[in-house]
Design a protein around this ligand. Structure first.
Ligand code: AHM
Ligand code: MG
Length: 335
């Protein structure tokens, strides 16, 4: 029987292979994985752990926070603040950045996360997850501030997510392909179960919240209408639709069997470029998808090239199978 490869062993081997995972980054990723294990346990307890329902507060974006949003945020902060690998953290659930307190050693990395993605699915027992992104502190010796985080996604040094579904799976890239680890609950460790995930360039499956269709712009409407026209339409093939409503779960399906995920701008809030967040959701997912041979754009440009203007910036997202993302992106440039 082949030896089981733990997350630690995978990271050590990556370090030897490429020398691009410094010890601090390896520690950081192991701590994030450990935090994901704790969140997974809380998620699994559900009503028995008193973790379901609303927390009675709103985040900086005016969204109602669930108890698990706050629990997951605290777990990630407490796990990561003392290890000496981080300078600061930023989260979808916090207004500003969280600078590592002076009593702890300061590291050279920045961690960003959506602690609990798919909040609307928590109470209905549907897959949810944690998304994370790691940047390096820019080279200078002043204190850390929000501007240090405003780096384009192509500068990420690690990105990943953990899905809490029928299995708990951690999906990770450090810039050398995408690896998938499954949580062995008895052993309490993440075990490598798939290496080098690849997204097929073509697909017949799309993921979009179709209830928003009447609010979309012309390129998005055209793309979906052509998919819906099926075999008799311009695409000449029937499309299937899947929409979980948790980006982690929808992207996980795409990394597993292909597909395209679309969350476009819509005219109800014309000044908002999209619903999803660039730094906590779009960037890490875009890098994972690119590392698996797919593509990710905002309809006009590669997501990883967008210079962020602010921490909680929103963005339109088109990602997944390369030929489909290229198609919907080309429709935007024809406007
Ligand atoms: P969240 O991070 O607060 O859970 O919001 C992000 C989620 C994504 O996971 C998902 O793709 C999207 O919001 C679904 O939103 P909607 O149901 O409004 O279409
Ligand atoms: Mg989210």
């Amino acid at each position: 029987m082949a030896a089981r490869i733990s997350l630690t062993r995978y990271l050590v081997e990556q370090q030897h292979k490429k020398d691009h995972i410094p010890a601090q980054l390896r520690l950081l990723l192991e701590v994030v994985a450990r935090a994901c294990k704790s969140i997974s346990l809380a998620v699994n307890k559900g009503a028995l752990g008193g973790v379901l329902g609303a927390a009675g507060s709103e985040n900086v974006q005016g969204e109602i926070q669930k108890k698990l949003d706050i629990i997951a945020n605290e777990v990630l902060i407490e796990a990561n603040e003392w290890g000496g690998h981080l300078a600061a953290m930023a989260s979808e659930e916090m207004d500003g950045i969280y600078v590592v307190p002076h009593r702890y050693p300061k590291g050279e990395y920045l961690l960003l996360f959506d602690p609990l993605d798919g909040s609307s699915n928590i109470d209905v027992n549907v897959s949810i997850g944690t998304i994370f992104s790691v940047l390096r502190m820019p080279d200078d010796d002043r204190g850390v501030d929000e501007a240090d985080f405003l780096q384009p996604g192509r500068q990420q040094v690690a990105a990943g997510y953990c899905v809490f579904g029928p299995q708990t799976t951690l999906v990770l890239t450090v810039g050398d392909g995408v690896a998938l680890f499954t949580l062995d609950r008895e052993q309490g460790s993440f075990v490598l179960t798939e290496e080098d995930l690849r997204i097929p360039a073509d697909t017949k499956e799309f993921a979009a919240n179709m209830s928003n269709m009447r609010h979309w712009d012309a390129p998005m409407t055209r793309y979906i209408e052509e998919c819906l026209a099926g075999k008799d339409g311009p695409r000449g093939k029937d499309f299937n639709m899947r929409w979980v409503g948790s980006m982690v779960a929808d992207v996980h399906r795409i990394l597993t069997r292909g597909g395209i995920f679309l969350y476009p701008w819509d005219r109800r809030e014309p000044n908002k470029p999209g619903k999803l967040r660039l730094m906590y959701e779009a960037n890490p997912m875009a890098w994972l998808v690119e590392q698996a041979g797919g593509a990710a754009t905002n309809g006009r440009q590669r997501i990883l090239d967008i210079p962020p203007g602010q921490l909680h910036e929103r963005v339109s997202v088109f990602l997944g199978s390369k030929h489909e993302v290229e198609r919907v992106t080309s429709y935007h440039s024809e406007l």
